[in-house]
Design a protein around this ligand. Structure first.
Ligand SMILES: NC(=O)c1ccc[n+]([C@@H]2O[C@H](COP(=O)([O-])OP(=O)(O)OC[C@H]3O[C@@H](n4cnc5c(N)ncnc54)[C@H](O)[C@@H]3O)[C@@H](O)[C@H]2O)c1
Length: 249
């Protein structure tokens, strides 16, 4: 198995894309740490569901926007597993609205989770990976990083654009330590986040995608696992689009 005994932490992994990424690693033999802010009950239930019922999966209920909590989480991973091979920064939120109605609270919430949360995990994980002399980090971005708002959410695109800049910043600074940092930029993936779209909007979104369908979480997982694999050892600072051809750049 490709990731046998590698230690992988995936943020926001209780559902959607994060869960698909965690499941794909688990099926490839990894020791997976599932982070999320959802209820302890949901996290506990995951451990009874395949492929997470393998005795090699742990859950950690931590808000990635809280640096002290993030430090506690990685500290625990280090003391239990003794290393961290792969980090996937997937947790993200969206607050829908227009530029006229967006509130300070909505802006702050999106920036706190998407940008500060990703930064918190990158910095704390980087210290661990520098000590061990290797590591791979993958940040889940969005097509909105390049296009700005396409789903009526003013803070979301800017938060993802900043994540792309973080990807390149960390990639440059950590390269000499044997650590790669890359991104995956999905568009229109079938999850609870996209389930909020009204039917008419969903039809318009599918219509604009050359492959004429929404993407599946497993298809984002495929790109993340490639970037985490040995096959991608010479790739860093790259952001792979997973968008059905919606944006070709
Ligand atoms: N679904 C799409 O079409 C799409 C498109 C582009 C990018 N993305 C990105 O992919 C990622 C996953 O999206 P999804 O559609 O699976 O979303 P989702 O809402 O289904 O899942 C997000 C998960 O993150 C968790 N989370 C939220 N805040 C957290 C916090 N502070 N700390 C820890 N966990 C937290 C949630 O509890 C949830 O389980 C996000 O970063 C999103 O921006 C999704």
């Amino acid at each position: 198995m490709e990731f046998e005994n590698r230690v992988v932490l995936v943020t926001g992994a209780a559902r959607g894309i994060g869960r698909a990424i965690a499941a794909a690693f688990a099926l490839e033999g990894a020791r997976v740490v599932v982070n999320d802010i959802c209820s302890e009950k949901s996290l506990a239930a995951m451990l009874h569901t395949p492929p997470f019922d393998n005795g090699r999966t742990r859950t950690m209920r931590v808000d990635i926007g809280d640096l002290a909590e993030v430090e506690r989480m990685f500290g625990e991973v280090e003391s239990v597993e003794n290393r961290l091979d792969i980090l996937v920064n997937n947790a993200g939120i969206i607050r829908r609205g227009s530029v006229e109605t967006v509130t300070e609270q909505e802006w702050d919430d999106v920036i706190r989770v998407n940008l500060k949360g990703t930064f918190n995990c990158l910095t704390v994980a980087a210290r661990m990976m520098i000590r061990q002399g290797h590591g791979k980090m993958i940040n889940i971005s969005s097509v909105a990083a390049k296009l700005g708002d396409i789903t009526s959410a003013p803070g979301y695109g800017p938060s993802k654009a900043a994540i792309d800049a973080l990807t390149k910043t960390f990639a440059r600074q950590l390269a000499s330590h044997g650590i790669t940092v890359n991104g995956v930029a999905p568009h229109a993936i079938e999850t609870e986040m996209s389930a909020e779209w009204p039917e008419e909007k969903r039809r318009a979104i599918v219509d604009a995608i050359p492959l004429k369908r929404l993407g599946r979480p497993e298809e984002v997982a495929g790109a993340a696992l490639f970037l985490a694999s040995d096959k991608a050892d010479f790739i860093t600072g790259e952001i792979i689009d997973v968008n059905g051809g919606f944006l070709m750049d």
